[in-house]
Ligand binder design. Structure first.
Ligand code: NAP
Length: 589
């Protein structure tokens, strides 16, 4: 209580109502303990602000959540982002070649018919600068920036059960409080820490694809080495090879990359889609992947070899994720079916790469197609026909160390001027766990998830009231066109909030029983597929020591949406809703 006047002096912004004042008085001491810089009690608490809702992140999720909560529902909202501007993943991943892998006309917001009509993509699969321009346009169009604090990393999120609100600590020592917490922190936003010995000794330049500089990186005349051949590496390799004097690709696991068939936007197709956008979005949401593909045939094994080849040829030529999701429905469930498509892709690699030994090294044989996220490409394999590109197998001869002058593997040393690390992310759980989330009764999310994520619907967790994890682990995000998956989750979360406000509830969290059932359901679905046998970031297998568990819901967008709609229709079945009895009692005294 003694602390309250000093909080006001320090510039606390407290809502002008009795309840908010009681929050401030009642929780001042705990706020001091939350100081993010010192981690302990301090004499100067810094700035304390109160909101109805706090959003983490200003990418696709954070921007839409802010618009919905503030502009459509009238809540006071503050968003935080560590970046200096909007964009999320598209702010950070500026590496050469970065572009989306779902057709832009579908990889975009659907919430505003006007926005859909006024924006025209220049390419079928837009590159990072254009997607970032789009997100900037969205931020300007809906006047979102004024409620986003940039350059502000959230370092602690602690539930205050006395006052039924979240206390959000940031790197600068400020504290904000809100009843609802929306994480739009993303799923592939925490870079994997490079585990290479000696990386700090390298005398040249080192770049991470996931934290690429804003200034152009000039590779002209340089010997460049790139580690990693996932979606990021494959896109970057193709572009860097065009500029560098020499490019060495350090490949541990070859990937099944297939063409995106990118092209400039066809104005006729654009017009047609825009004339029927609403129906197309509905078709997307009713499909497995959230893209309006046609129905895949049931099995690759019941058709003739000729028909199978025809389907694969058609999907391969049309590009995008058609080969995986628009050909045969059993590819991710049946090893034999998967082998038909895997061998088809290997054949295409052999056709495209001149040197048979290099082609063989590029042809994946150790995991089924699609069980690592399949990258899309333009001329990736032809890149290995260039004289200035060399492929080094670091599966059989692992990287031993990064030296002052390059990369040393167990079989040789490669002199380099630049090293590009495209080594991936601590995906799905990483972004949430790094924020220091502490729920009811001091329960740390990192302890709760010590053996892998436990969520209900991938959006909420027992013991963490009023926390909404947009496209969190065990949601449908892994195989669901991300902007639509994000909109669905934001709509779900904000509908919950509206429901709570309409019915005067203060808290919502899933029951342990509902959560346990959901985790079992997610695991059961994944066990029916080929995913668990492959070491992938989907399984957490790319991060040493991370629990090995599949982190997504595999029933597809349509099935997932139906489950969420049923939960909503039944008054949020599986959740328990509560009223803050103590708050009412305090306010009455
Ligand atoms: P990633 O798929 O995890 O790929 C990381 C690569 O680095 C893999 O080839 C991995 O080899 C290699 N690697 C990691 N540690 C290594 C080590 N110690 N030695 C040698 N190689 C090592 O990461 P990403 O390419 O950044 O992609 C992550 C996800 O981001 C994608 O799957 C996708 O969901 C998203 N993304 C999307 C787009 C898009 O939509 N266009 C573009 C880029 C990324 P192993 O396979 O052997 O582990």
């Amino acid at each position: 209580m003694k602390i309250f006047p000093s909080m006001v002096k320090e510039g606390a912004v407290v809502k002008e109502n009795a309840t908010a004042n009681i929050f401030a008085l009642g929780s001042g001491r705990e706020n001091l303990m939350l100081d993010a810089k010192t981690g302990s009690t301090v004499t100067s608490p810094g700035k304390i602000e109160e909101f109805d809702a706090i959003i983490i992140g200003a990418g696709f999720a954070g921007l839409y959540a802010l618009h919905r909560l503030r502009d459509q529902m009238g809540l006071s909202v503050r968003a935080f982002d560590a970046a200096s501007d909007v964009g999320g993943t598209w702010y950070w991943n500026r590496y050469p070649g970065a572009r989306c892998d779902i057709e832009s006309i579908h990889y975009s917001y659907s919430f505003s018919p006007e926005l859909q009509q006024e924006w025209t993509w220049s390419e079928r699969f837009s590159a990072q600068p254009e997607i970032l321009r789009y997100l900037n346009h969205v931020a300007d169009r809906f006047d979102l920036r004024r409620d986003i604090h940039f350059n502000t990393r959230v370092t602690s999120l602690v539930w205050d059960d006395n006052n039924k609100l979240w206390k959000v600590g940031t790197e600068d020592g400020s504290i904000a409080r809100a009843k609802y917490l929306i994480s739009g922190a993303g799923n592939v936003s925490v870079p994997k820490v490079p585990e290479f010995k000696g990386v700090e000794n390298f005398k040249g330049e080192v770049y991470l694809t996931s934290k690429w500089p804003h200034e152009r990186v000039d590779f002209t005349g340089k010997r460049v080495g790139i580690i990693g051949t996932g979606a990021s590496g494959i896109q970057a390799i193709t572009e860097i090879a065009k500029e560098a004097a020499h490019l060495t690709v350090f490949q541990r696991t070859p990937n099944y990359a297939t063409p995106n068939a990118n092209a400039p936007t066809d104005p006729d197709i654009d017009r047609q889609i825009k004339a029927h956008y609403a129906e197309i979005r509905t078709k997307s949401r009713n499909s497995f992947l959230g893209v309006p593909y046609d129905q895949a045939q049931p099995s690759a094994l019941v058709v003739s070899a000729e028909e199978r080849r025809r389907v694969y040829d058609e999907c391969y030529t049309q590009g995008g994720f058609r080969l995986a999701f628009d050909s045969f429905a059993d590819l991710l469930f049946n090893k034999e079916a998967n082998e038909t498509v895997a061998e088809y892709i290997r054949e295409r690699i052999r056709e495209r790469v001149n040197d048979p030994a290099v082609a063989e090294l590029l042809a994946p044989k150790d995991h089924p197609y699609g069980t690592k996220r399949p990258p899309l490409e333009t001329n990736y394999y032809e890149t290995y026909n260039r004289k200035n590109v060399a492929l080094v197998d670091v599966k059989n001869s692992p990287i031993d160390a990064i030296t002052e002058t390059g990369v040393r593997t167990t079989s040789g040393e490669y002199k380099l001027d630049v090293i590009v690390l495209a080594i991936g992310f601590d995906a799905m759980t990483g972004p949430l766990l790094q924020m220091g989330i502490v729920g009811r009764n001091g329960l740390k999310l990192k302890d709760k998830w010590a053996d892998g994520p436990h969520t209900y619907l991938g959006i909420s967790a027992h013991g963490f009231p009023n926390l909404f994890m947009i496209t969190g682990p065990q949601s449908a995000i892994l195989l669901y066109n991300n902007p639509l998956a994000i909109e669905d989750h934001v709509d779900f979360a904000t509908n919950v909030i509206q429901y709570m406000r309409d019915h005067d509830f203060d808290t919502i969290e899933p029951t342990l029983e509902a959560e346990t059932k959901w985790v079992a359901h997610v695991n059961e679905l994944s066990q029916a597929t080929l995913f668990p046998d492959t070491d992938s970031w989907y399984m957490g297998a790319n991060i040493p020591g991370k629990p090995r568990v599949f982190m997504g819901y595999l029933g597809g967008a349509h099935a997932y949406r139906k489950i969420c709609a049923d939960v909503e229709a039944k008054g949020y079945e599986g959740f328990s809703l509560g009223r803050a009895v103590t708050k009412v009692a305090i306010a009455a005294t």
